[in-house]
Design a binder for this molecule. Structure first.
Ligand code: GDP
Ligand code: MG
Length: 175
């Protein structure tokens, strides 16, 4: 109704995935519309906020980015607390980063809220000619775990806005 249409829904989004897949670059492209060829390594975790409007509804996104290093694992439970959406990232040119999704998925099962929305992101589509992970295996993996899937390029900006709009849409359909 009209009273609620002015309200903003606040969502906590966490990005996870192997080092180097482009997590920080995806967030910077989305929030600052910026790409850095020599992205610095993320230390610990940080978050950036941005308002996203989807279907006339306004979402206040707190987007958490992590280094995902083992030595920060004592903080894992805190990191995932109250998470609404987890974005599991891999690099389409690196099979090992796709295999790592099993680890991240397991960690979510152990530490994230049960109703968390899962989105898989295959990043670096600008490097299509170096692709190592085929769409069929990604779709099968996602389907078996009730995850949505999208491919992006932080470098060109392809699908970056769609990624965040889609997770807002999925959230609004579910809750
Ligand atoms: P993170 O460790 O997951 O946060 O990954 P970074 O965002 O630090 O990115 C790792 C490297 O990949 C950096 O050199 C980025 O410039 C590069 N990179 C990130 N996204 C893309 C992309 O979409 N395409 C290409 N070609 N390189 C990317
Ligand atoms: Mg990073």
């Amino acid at each position: 109704d009209s009273e609620n249409s002015n309200q903003q829904t606040e969502l906590k989004i966490v990005l996870i995935g192997a080092s180097g897949v482009g997590k920080t670059s995806i967030v910077e492209r989305f929030v600052k519309n910026f790409f850095n060829e020599k992205q610095r390594k993320t230390i610990g975790s940080t978050f950036l906020s941005k308002v996203c409007v989807v279907n006339e509804k306004s979402y206040y996104l707190n987007i958490w980015d992590t280094a995902g290093e083992e030595r920060f694992h004592s903080l894992v439970k805190l990191y995932y607390r109250d998470t609404n959406i987890a974005i599991l990232c891999f690099d389409i040119t690196k099979q090992s980063s796709f295999r790592d999704l099993d680890h991240w998925y397991q960690e979510l099962q152990n530490s994230a809220p049960r109703n968390v929305i899962l989105m898989i992101v295959g990043n670096k589509t600008d490097l299509e000619e170096e692709r190592e992970v085929q769409e069929k295996e990604i779709k099968d993996w996602a389907l078996n775990r009730n995850c949505s899937y999208i491919e992006t390029s932080a470098k060109t900006g392809s699908n970056i806005n769609n990624l965040f709009e889609n997770v807002c849409k999925i959230f609004s359909e579910k809750f």
